[in-house]
Design a protein around this ligand. Structure first.
Ligand code: F0G
Length: 464
């Protein structure tokens, strides 16, 4: 990456791109924000984007696209079956991931749906480093159970561990030893583990886990939705990979897996998603379901324009200047917040910054959803919307009991190449103000609570 130094040694992340198309944003008044928040029943997913100043809800489908991606969209070859856009994408994916089979699928959770339908049967378990909301929902809908195998460091908000997304190999060996082999549907590793703060997995850990899986005949699957952040963090944090190219690192990662799936809304900054397979047998099993749920297997629910855009976006992740932009801005924002005393998940990872709301609001119990409370308060005082990643993002268990998340996080996503440093400084300023005035924030309780993925459509109000 370009190594730019300032005279006074100040460390400032530099944008390795320039803005050529921009979108006007509005900062509506405090009174209007209070009204908008009430109308959205204290749920940041239900706010209208026009009422939001800095949209840090997610990085999904809102990353900046490159000039080359937009140009490729113009060349898309529209056809129901056999589009040349599909073959160009397939060739690129085969080359990058070194896997011979590929299916385009309309988004990440649709990949999870098909994989769960094919491999998860009643009573099976799916070990993984940590779940993502939609992954767990699909596995449970297929009557399987998620087993999480993170190392102890993974669930500590503050830590020196550079790879908090790693799987604990001892826990994995123990689990395999006590489980009948045909009860493990597959093992899943999630790159830059979303719900624990975008924390990366080391390549050495992937290699070790893969070895155990292969020795025990367990299929191993990578959720590569956040692989671009994870690649950059391997290259800059893991010993032995500093001089390897991103392309070489991707190839080494791919070797560890039988199947790789991804959300193209995150990976490659486009839309859509896809699944890569090493074995023809797996490819055929999943392909059988594609025309039922997605569309024909050469478009998988995506428009051909999205397919072209994805091809270019995936190729662009080989460029370190491109993939560094997320992690270095996240690192800077985290550093500034820590400097101001705000409790944060450290070290920073991918996707966005993560505020530790257990420490932000120590007097609000988990039953009153402290991270969602901070999310509402931050929107009201700044126009910034983030998303709760804690107990509210979990669904109740079969007995209706709360399933308390180990961490109560407010995630402020930094979609790639979207925000400038001054906007980040505005966010830091407002978050710091809120932290210094945190006694103003109360807890929340449900008025309407959906059964599955309740955080999307929930309605909630002030506890008192
Ligand atoms: N896997 C991971 C790790 C994800 O972060 C997501 C989506 C998905 C799968 C599902 O992909 O949205 O294309 O269906 N994460 C978004 C987020 C929604 O806001 O974190 P999708």
């Amino acid at each position: 990456m370009s190594n730019i130094k300032f005279i006074n040694q100040e460390h400032i992340p530099i944008e390795m791109h320039k803005a050529r198309i921009v979108q006007k944003i509005n900062l509506i008044s405090l009174e209007e924000r209070i009204k908008a928040n009430n109308k959205a029943s204290n749920n940041s997913h239900l706010l209208k984007n026009e009422d939001v100043f800095l949209d840090m809800l997610t990085d999904s489908g809102v990353n900046a696209m490159s000039d080359k991606q937009l140009a490729a969209m113009m060349e898309a070859d529209d056809s129901y079956a056999g589009s040349s856009s599909y073959f160009k994408l397939k060739e690129k994916i085969n080359e990058m991931f070194d896997m011979p089979y590929f299916l385009p699928i309309h988004q990440g959770r649709a990949c999870e749906h098909l994989l769960s339908r094919v491999y998860v049967k009643e009573g099976m378990i799916v070990p993984m480093n940590y779940h993502f909301t939609t992954t767990k929902a699909h596995i449970e809908l297929a009557k399987g159970k998620v087993i999480e195998l993170l190392t102890e460091e993974g669930l500590k908000e503050e830590s020196d561990c550079k790879f908090k997304g790693n799987i604990d190999i001892n826990k994995l060996n123990e689990l395999i030893l006590k489980t009948e082999n045909n009860k493990i549907a597959f093992l899943r590793i999630e790159a830059a583990t979303n719900l624990i703060g975008g924390q990366p997995v080391s390549l050495n850990n992937m290699k070790e886990v893969s070895k155990v899986c292969r020795e025990n005949n367990v299929k191993i699957i990578l959720d590569a939705s956040l692989i671009s952040d994870n690649l950059y963090l391997i290259k800059t944090r893991e010993k032995g990979y500093e001089n390897k190219s991103i392309n070489e690192i991707i190839k080494e990662i791919s070797k560890c897996f039988d199947i790789i799936y991804f959300s193209g809304r995150k990976l490659g900054s486009s839309r859509g998603g896809g699944i890569c397979f090493r074995e023809e047998q797996d490819f055929l099993l999943v392909r059988n379901l594609v025309p039922v749920y997605e569309g024909f297997s050469t478009y998988g629910g995506m428009s051909v324009r999205e397919i072209e855009c994805m091809r270019v976006g995936i190729e662009e992740i080989l460029d370190e200047d491109v993939i560094s932009q997320g992690p270095i801005f996240i690192e800077e924002m985290t550093r500034l917040l820590v400097q101001n005393g705000v409790p944060m998940v450290t070290p920073s990872g991918g996707l966005g910054v993560h505020i530790d709301c257990t420490k932000f609001l120590p007097n609000i119990p988990k039953e009153q959803y402290p991270a969602a409370s901070v999310a509402c308060a931050l929107y009201i005082i700044s126009g910034i919307r983030g998303t709760e990643r804690g107990t509210l993002s979990e669904d109740r268990d079969d007995n209706g009991e709360e399933h308390f998340a180990p961490m109560e996080l407010l995630r402020l996503a930094l979609p790639r190449r979207v925000f400038t440093l001054s906007q980040i400084k505005y966010a830091v300023d407002r978050i710091t103000w809120l932290y210094n005035n945190r006694e103003l924030i109360g807890g929340l309780k449900f008025t309407e609570e959906p059964e599955t993925l309740r955080f999307f459509f929930r309605k909630i109000r002030a506890y008192r």
